[in-house]
Design a protein around this ligand. Structure first.
Ligand SMILES: NC(=O)N[C@@H](CC(=O)O)C(=O)O
Ligand SMILES: [Zn+2]
Ligand SMILES: [Zn+2]
Length: 434
């Protein structure tokens, strides 16, 4: 975990894409910002060459698969993927084996993340015991543990019983923690593998209707209203969900929502090859949905981007479409997809990217040292983006232990040049510094 004795000098970088400057980092903080700063003795100089510098990204939704499926990802390999993607904090979902429904597991995830030291790994606790949706987990014990759990989710499963959800919201409100809902009414998705629409009909795939998501979003907004609780919606995927969240926010309901890079970019038209790599929950939708999701992210109805990075073994993806496990890699390709879908078309500037990738997610979970302004005295959690560097996605080149990216062969429109976690360079030019 050693830092250069003389700190780090970021030369010729553009905070939020604005005027070029130098940034001097000493210890864990930004010490000085100004043009043509002298190189302090012993400092590591990183030539930005006009790179955009942003606050380090915060991912509210990552699957790291440890404990239980270390053959597909570990906290170490997932942290490396996160550092390469420009992340300085990630929230590791609870659907591990054993499930993170108790403080022993959540504290272990937290401690392992600290030992790896590439990114702050925050454990997400399960809402219900074993993600079974029946009995509330000991959220208070997890919140009070070393992992200081502040986000709870049964992700992978929906907390579908409205009475259980209502009690969970009340319990969470008392503890000052947040519940993130995987919105999927299970009675409407029995056997479903693809978005319900013309494509699924043509391909003969069982459909996952938009209403399965939207009915839970609407219900949970009302439950949150009545409980005076906060609620966060995972991976919003439909235009209808956007309208419901817009409505709920207008009512003053404390609702926030995330969207994944894949739901911003991809549609169900990709399913025509029956390639299991495109299977994901919720499913890839239609162009009208991706358009609604993009503009909702730009105008703030959707709060942030979250990757839903979901590593899977090849044998679980390269098989019959309906047998493929849902989920795709996301950490190393998130920012370029935000650039492709929002920055390039002029929907978002770099200030906006900082908002949806760092500031809003940090605020939603109340991380005091993430999503901070790029200013003297602030923690040096920073990401350098080269907006002109294009690169081709080659699965073997990714740091993740799994290879299930849907973007193989695609050209990404921006590169993450460097990531700094509290002044420590965790990644430079794609090389992870363990
Ligand atoms: N998104 C997915 O398709 N899969 C996730 C679970 C989830 O996010 O629902 C996984 O754990 O693999
Ligand atoms: Zn989910
Ligand atoms: Zn997930």
């Amino acid at each position: 975990m050693s830092e250069a004795v003389g700190g780090v000098l970021l030369r010729r970088v553009r905070p939020y894409g604005e005027a070029e400057t130098d940034i001097r980092i000493v210890g864990e903080e930004i010490a000085e910002i100004g043009t043509d700063l002298p190189v302090p003795a012993g400092a590591e100089v990183i030539e930005g060459g006009g790179a955009v510098v942003l606050p380090g990204f915060v991912d509210l939704h990552t699957h790291l698969r440890e404990p239980g499926r270390e053959d597909t990802e570990t906290i170490a390999t997932g942290s490396a993927a996160a550092a390469r993607g420009g992340y300085t904090a990630v929230f590791a979902m609870a659907n591990t084996d054993p499930v993170a429904d108790n403080a022993t597991v959540t504290d272990n995830v937290y401690r392992t993340g600290r030992e790896v030291g590439l990114v702050d790994v925050h454990p997400v606790g399960a809402v219900t015991v074993g993600l079974q949706g029946r009995q509330l987990a000991e959220m208070g014990m997890m919140a009070a543990g070393a992992g200081r759990v502040r986000l709870f989710s049964d992700d992978g499963n929906c907390v579908d019983d409205p009475l259980v959800m209502r009690r969970a919201l009340e319990y969470a409100t008392g503890l000052g923690v947040l519940i993130a809902q995987h919105a999927e009414e299970p009675r409407l998705t029995v056997g479903a593998v693809a978005h319900e629409g013309p494509t699924a009909t043509r391909l003969g795939l069982a459909g996952w209707p938009r209403a399965a998501e939207e009915s839970i979003v609407a219900r949970d907004a009302l439950l949150a209203r009545d409980a005076g609780a906060r609620i966060h919606i995972c991976h919003a995927s439909t235009a209808g969900t956007v309208e419901l969240i817009r409505w709920a926010k207008a009512q003053g309901i404390s609702i926030t929502a995330e969207v994944t890079p894949h739901h911003l970019l991809l549609t169900d038209e990709r399913l025509s090859t029956y390639d299991g790599l495109n299977r994901v929950n919720p499913p890839l939708r239609e162009a009208s949905d991706t358009e609604a999701l993009r503009s909702a992210l730009a105008d703030g109805v959707l709060d942030c981007v979250a990757t839903d990075h979901a590593p899977h073994a090849m044998q679980d993806k390269c098989c019959e479409f309906a047998a493929a496990r849902p989920g795709m890699l996301g950490l190393e390709t998130a920012l370029p997809i935000v650039v492709a879908t929002l920055v390039a078309p002029g929907l978002l500037d770099w200030r906006g990217v900082a908002r949806v990738m760092s500031e809003r997610p940090a605020a939603i979970v109340g991380l005091p040292d993430q999503g901070r302004p790029i200013a003297v005295g602030e923690p040096a959690n920073l990401t350098l983006v080269d907006p002109d560097r294009t690169w081709e996605v080659v699965p073997e080149d990714l740091a993740s232990r799994s290879r299930n990216t849907p973007y193989t062969g695609m050209t990404m429109p921006a590169g993450i040049t460097a990531t700094l976690l509290r002044g420590r360079v965790t990644q430079l030019g794609g090389e992870v510094r363990w």
